[in-house]
Design a protein around this ligand. Structure first.
Ligand SMILES: *Cc1c(COP(=O)(O)O)cnc(C)c1O
Length: 435
């Protein structure tokens, strides 16, 4: 973690009138065309605020705690902190980043499966009381180094276990034992936490199981004399309003039944992708092209056919901003920058590759695109959780600029919501951007 003094100055471009994200991308493409044609990222801060407005209108009873690991750009942290979100940190560096942005320690949760001793000590020293914990060994460490901690016990969910056999959390059958152990060690337990991944298909069933299990944890905790008052329903919100509404309808009656508002239980969630995914777009340049033709006999028509596939090589791949492809994620086909749009409507099977010529460096396996040329630009949207800000930290060496924008109308709304980014101490400055 760098100190504030060596941090770059984040420039946020304030878009005048009708200037759009596309205009900004276009402007930077023109700039890059005379420069090196480097890939670049544009982050729309207005999108963060719109997602927040959506959250508040659909699930106003659930407090959002943003998991910093999803995107730790200081600009994102600053905006979300000003909007009043809490934060979920996985380590000391994340805690210190969030504290630097003035977030009160009571709005921070330290959550990770296995915590380094130094990180637990750091939390204790900085009054971060809420820690997520899932096993006995962690309990002992916390009891020793942070005896005033208030724990949220992490339950596994079936939905999570289906996705990852190493799922974080304890099963209900170990719950009593864990709670008794906490009692013996004299540590306070204040609630339960679970996570349902966004890949979950049957939301109703997943939340029904998870919330009834959480209710059991609360009952056992109350039985042992703990004051159970925080329920954390985790992440798994894709970012679409539609999916958020589905979750809301899956949890509404369950919350009313198991955790009614009158019971004084505070319900919180960890929306990460939800807030940041759609806010960031990545523009990459095509640096190479190959044509692969395959002929085959079409039996039904008794003729020989030829298939053409275009292979495009881009200046960034899985060893850069598309690294989540290596984790098994699918990357959606990009859109074309308007200069690449041709009058001809025909599209061809295409695949998109990074620059390394490594078999693994395939970014998009198959998509349909018009024929493109070397030098054309592709725009990937929904790139907010791809660690782009980490790449930008290296921007002096690998030249990977990140531009932040906000439209004037979003800016006014943001100011109304109490966000003030033009604070020179925080290394932000605003620039007017007109077309
Ligand atoms: C990453 C993570 C989240 C948020 O992820 P989403 O992409 O928003 O689902 C929430 N909770 C935990 C414990 C995480 O590790």
């Amino acid at each position: 973690m760098k100190g504030f003094a060596d941090k770059p100055n984040y420039i946020i471009e304030l878009l005048e009138g009708s200037v759009t994200l596309e205009d900004v991308i276009d402007g930077h493409i023109c700039e890059q065309t005379v420069m090196e044609k480097s890939a670049f990222v544009v982050g729309d801060l207005g999108a963060l605020m719109q997602q927040h407005a959506c959250w508040q209108s659909v699930v106003p009873q659930v407090l959002p705690y943003y998991p910093v690991k999803c995107n730790s750009s200081p600009v994102v942290i600053e905006v979300l902190a000003s909007l009043g979100l809490g934060f979920v940190c996985a380590n000391k560096a994340e805690v210190s980043l969030v504290l630097e942005h003035g977030v009160p320690p009571e709005n921070i949760i330290l959550s990770s499966g296995f915590k380094q001793l130094a990180h637990i000590k750091y939390a204790a020293k900085n009054n971060i009381q809420h820690l997520v914990c899932e096993n006995e060994a962690e309990l002992s460490k916390i009891a020793r180094l942070h005896p005033n901690a208030k724990l949220l016990l992490q339950l596994t969910t079936e939905a999570q276990a289906a996705e990852n056999s190493m799922a974080f959390g304890f099963s209900l059958k170990n719950c009593r034992h864990l709670l008794e152990k906490a009692k013996d060690l004299g540590i306070d337990v204040v609630g339960a936490s679970f996570h349902i991944p966004s890949s979950c298909e049957d939301l109703q069933q997943a939340y029904t199981h998870a919330l009834s299990d959480a209710r059991c944890v609360f009952d056992m905790g109350l039985d042992l004399g703990f004051n159970m008052n925080i329920l954390d329903i985790g992440g798994g919100f894709t970012g679409s309003e539609y999916q958020l509404k589905q979750v809301e309808s899956a949890i509404r009656t369950l919350l009313d039944a198991y955790f009614p508002q009158l019971s004084g239980v505070q319900v919180l969630a960890q929306p990460g992708s939800f807030y940041v995914a759609s806010a960031f777009s990545l523009a990459v340049n095509i640096i190479g092209k190959k044509i692969k033709t395959q002929s085959w006999n079409c039996l039904s028509q008794g003729e020989k056919r030829e298939d053409t596939e275009f292979l495009y090589y881009m200046n960034e791949g899985v060893y850069g901003p598309f690294s989540h492809k290596l984790l098994g994620n699918t990357i959606a086909a990009p859109s074309l920058h308007k200069h690449a749009l041709c009058a001809e409507e025909a599209v061809y099977p295409s695949s998109l590759w990074g620059p390394s010529l490594d078999q693994l460096d395939q970014v998009v396996e198959h998509c349909l695109l018009p024929e493109l040329n070397v030098g054309d630009w592709l725009i990937f949207s929904n790139m907010g959780t791809c660690g782009l800000e980490d790449l930008s930290c290296l921007s002096s060496s690998i030249d990977f600029p990140v531009y932040y924008i906000i439209s004037t109308s979003d800016w006014y709304k943001m100011e109304e919501a109490g966000v003030a980014l033009n604070n020179p101490i925080k290394n932000f400055s605003m620039l007017q951007y007109s077309a």
